[in-house]
Design a binder for this molecule. Structure first.
Ligand code: GYE
Length: 308
């Protein structure tokens, strides 16, 4: 059922920590890197990891967490697909006395005692940053700015934060009009499908901005633009989230205008926190990962290689 790394004895610990990790899927370049970061960091810090890929299904995540409980792992970590539906299984973990780390996305619960801590990004801030770029970019524009949005997985924390944070900024000026918004599940194929749908609904030349919740969907949408003879980054302003190497290449080539970084390399922090929890040390309840913005105003020579 699970892929396991080699167990190793480190320092004074007699037995390696066993960490059950439920990953939500492998829907994007970001996710592939995130899984790699977690596996690598586990190996490096001598943690034995039981890793399960839930293939974008909450039921599979719940099943995996239940097997971790049955196996009596030392720590459970998981990246929840959507925000709701976790209370029952987390109560089971709590009853079994197994600490839980929530990684990347968050859960929505009224009972904070169901998890030890969370490690992830500030998605609302990412959305606000996308909005701030538009304020700057269209500073001198009087006429309406027509925006289409391709969102992430419905009810997932990044989709909610990127949607709401963005609107909290652009709502300050009525010239910004989101004329279309649909969830593309963070997948390239859906980004492509949705962009095709948009171009059937609206004249491509009348759309000023694409705001896409991740790079994979952006690439799918760009394929459609090129089919229609629309020059990405020139005829239409593009904002993308994640900052994978390929999108940075597009930014440098002027095909994308703004990239909001979302950092997938949480592995080392997750392992550090797992070690602390097992050692009985106190950890912060919510830990946020630092992120940047890369846009057409950035000095490109300052952008380091992304590595994924
Ligand atoms: O932005 C997207 C991935 O949860 C932050 O999920 C993550 C998001 C990321 O599929 O590419």
């Amino acid at each position: 059922l699970f892929s396991c790394n080699q167990s190793r004895h480190v320092g004074t610990e007699s037995k390696p920590i066993v960490l059950g990790y439920s990953q939500l899927g492998d829907e994007s370049t970001w996710r592939t890197q995130n899984s790699r970061s977690i596996m690598d960091a586990a190996k490096r810090s001598g943690i034995k990891i039981m890793f399960d890929d839930a293939m974008q299904k909450t039921e599979n995540q719940i099943k995996a967490i239940r097997s971790f409980i049955a196996y009596k792992v030392d720590v459970i970590a998981f990246s929840p697909l959507v925000e709701t539906g976790w209370d029952t299984v987390l109560e089971e973990a709590k009853t079994a006395g197994i600490p839980v780390i929530i990684v990347d996305r968050m859960i929505n619960t009224t009972d904070d005692s169901l998890y030890t801590c969370s490690i992830g990004s500030d998605f609302d801030l990412e959305g606000r940053r996308a909005g701030e770029f538009l304020i700057k970019k269209f500073h001198d524009r009087q006429s309406p700015v027509r925006i289409v949005e391709i969102g992430g997985t419905a009810n997932s924390t990044p989709a909610i934060g990127r949607y709401e944070g963005f609107r909290s900024i652009i709502s300050s000026d009525p010239k910004f009009q989101v004329i279309f918004s649909e969830d593309g599940d963070f997948m390239r194929s859906k980004g492509k499908e949705i962009m095709q749908k948009i171009y059937q609904l609206y004249d491509p030349k009348t759309i000023d901005v694409l705001y896409s919740h991740n790079d994979d969907m952006t690439f799918g949408a760009i394929e459609v633009m090129e089919d229609y003879g629309i020059r990405p980054g020139k005829d239409i302003v593009i904002i993308s989230v994640d900052a994978t190497q390929r999108i940075i290449d597009y930014l440098k080539a002027g095909k994308v205008n703004c990239v909001i970084e979302c950092n997938p390399n949480s592995g080392p922090l997750v392992m550090l926190v797992a070690h602390k929890i097992v050692a009985g040390e106190k950890v912060e309840k919510h830990m946020f990962i630092e992120e940047k913005v890369f846009d057409e105003y950035t000095d490109f020579s300052t952008i380091a290689d992304r590595g994924y």
